[in-house]
Write a protein that binds this ligand. Structure first.
Ligand code: NAD
Length: 267
């Protein structure tokens, strides 16, 4: 308890899934957490359920105007920001009509996915740098993906946007170090974490159960992960325990990225 005592934290996409788990854990660890999302009803409910030092604020991460408004709100109310969890992200499967493969690329779908996943993170880093100069020790955590490390034939825009987040994280980390700002920046690469983002891919009922089993079979640790598995990784990167850590990629994927298919074997 208290690993984030006195920290002011902004979490994007906090109404459910990983963002919700991060917000809950960070409040338990003593932070003041501003939960943000475009799903205002759910986001407000989650913040109210957490209670204490949690509050909800509307923020569409793809809108620079929303970012400026949110930063001004935080600056006025708290005077600084210590931690930003750039978590909001979409696959595009529900939000756009696709297609999502590289051969049949649809530019509107491609742009929409990049505007949320990549522009959202870039705006977030920009605003965070402005706000975090008032912090003694600040941390930006960007949610990339295992899909930012490997190609995904059926989700080209998602994979491209997540790969760009991986690289932008290092640019931000080095820029802040060069400038002498008290800001670290790292990326987390989740894989196969069972949250609502998977709903469009899993189906329902028995089909869903079989699909989860099928995915788990391909995970070295033999199961899909939980949102809180990612929240604990974010907690380390957000806290001062990681004060000498910047520009890293932290995989939280049950070992998926540790190996490769067609590996040599005697069998
Ligand atoms: N679950 C996984 O297996 C997995 C794997 C790799 C990466 N990730 C990444 O982790 C992050 C969180 O994923 P999740 O599984 O919790 O997803 P989720 O779909 O459960 O939650 C995403 C949240 O983001 C919000 N959101 C969507 N568009 C937004 C916008 N424009 N502005 C603000 N909020 C917006 C949604 O309303 C939702 O509350 C995403 O960036 C995702 O790409 C997840």
């Amino acid at each position: 308890m208290g690993r984030l005592k006195d920290k002011i934290v902004l979490v994007t996409g906090a109404a459910r899934g990983i963002g919700q788990a991060v917000s809950e854990l960070f409040c338990e660890e003593g932070a003041t957490v501003i939960l943000s999302d475009i799903n205002d009803e759910l986001g407000q409910k989650v913040a109210t359920d957490i209670g204490g030092k949690a509050e909800y604020h509307h923020l569409d991460v793809s809108s620079e105007k929303d970012w400026e408004e949110t930063s001004n709100y935080i600056l006025e109310k708290y005077g600084k920001l210590d931690v930003l969890i750039n978590n909001a992200g979409i696959t595009g499967f529900l939000e756009t009509s696709g297609p999502h493969d590289p051969e049949h690329l649809d530019i509107d779908s491609w742009n929409k996915v990049h505007s949320v996943n990549l522009d959202g993170v870039a705006f977030g880093c920009k605003e965070a740098i402005r706000l975090m100069k008032g912090s003694i020790s600040a941390s930006i955590v960007n949610l990339s993906s295992r899909s930012g490390m490997v190609g995904i034939p059926g989700a080209a825009a998602y994979a491209s946007s997540k790969a760009a987040i991986r690289n932008h994280t290092k640019t931000v980390a080095l820029y802040c170090a060069e400038k002498g700002y008290p800001i670290r920046c790292n990326s987390i690469h989740p894989g196969a974490i069972l949250t609502p983002i998977w709903d469009a891919m899993l189906g329902e009922g028995e089909v869903r159960k079989a699909a989860i089993k099928g995915i788990a079979k391909d995970v070295p640790l033999g199961t899909m992960g939980e949102a809180k598995d990612v929240a604990y990784a974010a907690l380390y990167l957000a806290s001062d325990e990681s004060k000498y850590v910047t520009g890293i990629e932290l995989n939280v994927d049950g070992g998926i990225l540790a190996g490769s298919a067609a590996a040599p074997s005697q069998e």
